[in-house]
Design a protein around this ligand. Structure first.
Ligand code: HEM
Length: 224
């Protein structure tokens, strides 16, 4: 039993992390022109706008929420007078809002791909695996928020900090409910798969666009 916990909650995360890092480097070197979100906006706009905005807003806030809530130890929250109970309440309401947005968004995106004929024609198996992975990870995560009510601050949170600081302790996941274990394992799997999918676009967010100098457009002077 202990061996299985070590394989699933120590070996597997590091295999996925290694695949994530090496896979991105490999993809960048071998497929630089394929490194993009492969926009399908020219094939269908309306459903894309609704699904994509909802999904991206939800998932980006979810990622920041996970990073802040799980990687920062509870003792730091205590310094700001946010006790464990307050932390969990904050996580519940914010997780519910962004989780519903991300889940509704990804369902819309999946439905769009399967219901518009010309989109279906250009949708690859890789796209379907990516969307199915996102539906599973976000769906189980949302299920945990709504029905789980498990305190992750002294189990999942120190476990994940142990992984990123190279001091893993699989034993911390022993008393964690199955639905939470499925959520973290499927999230690691998606992370390991992401370098081989269109998810690489996450690392090419056009942030410099916001800082670039404005382009001045002028009317062409009238010719006399
Ligand atoms: C870092 C900020 C991000 C930016 C700027 C961004 C931008 C984009 C753009 C421009 C598209 C193409 C939409 C179109 O078809 O025209 C797209 C699609 C997509 N993005 Fe992102 N994205 C970001 C983060 C993420 C994250 C964190 C995820 C998931 C973990 C994600 C998952 C997806 C998926 C699955 C699609 C394909 C949707 C479909 O066509 O079915 N994105 N993104």
């Amino acid at each position: 039993m202990d061996l299985w916990y070590t394989v699933i909650f120590t070996v597997f995360p590091y295999v996925c992390l290694t695949t994530f890092v090496v896979g991105h480097a490999y993809r960048y070197v071998t497929d630089r022109f394929g490194w993009n979100a492969r926009s399908s906006e020219f094939l269908e706009k309306k459903r894309l706008f609704a699904g994509s905005v909802l999904f991206h807003a939800g998932i980006i806030l979810t990622v920041f929420g996970h990073a802040g809530g799980l990687l920062i130890p509870q003792r730091v929250f205590d310094l700001f007078s946010i006790d464990a109970q307050g932390h969990m309440t904050l996580a519940y309401w914010s997780g519910l809002a962004v989780g519903i947005a991300a889940f509704a968004g990804v369902l819309l995106l999946a439905w769009r791909r399967l219901s518009v004929a010309r989109l279906k024609a250009v949708t690859t198996r890789n796209d379907l695996v990516t969307l199915a992975g996102l539906v599973a990870v976000i769906g189980v995560g949302l299920y945990n928020v709504v029905f789980g009510h498990f305190n992750v601050l002294y189990s999942v949170a120190p476990w994940i900090r142990g992984i990123v600081t190279f001091t893993p302790d699989a034993g911390l996941m022993r008393d964690v409910p199955l639905s939470y274990q499925i959520h973290v394992v499927s999230a690691w799997a998606l992370l390991g798969f992401s370098p081989f999918s269109r998810l690489v676009h996450i690392w090419s967010a056009p942030l410099f666009y916001l800082l670039r100098p404005p382009i001045v457009f002028r009317r062409r002077a009238r010719q006399f």
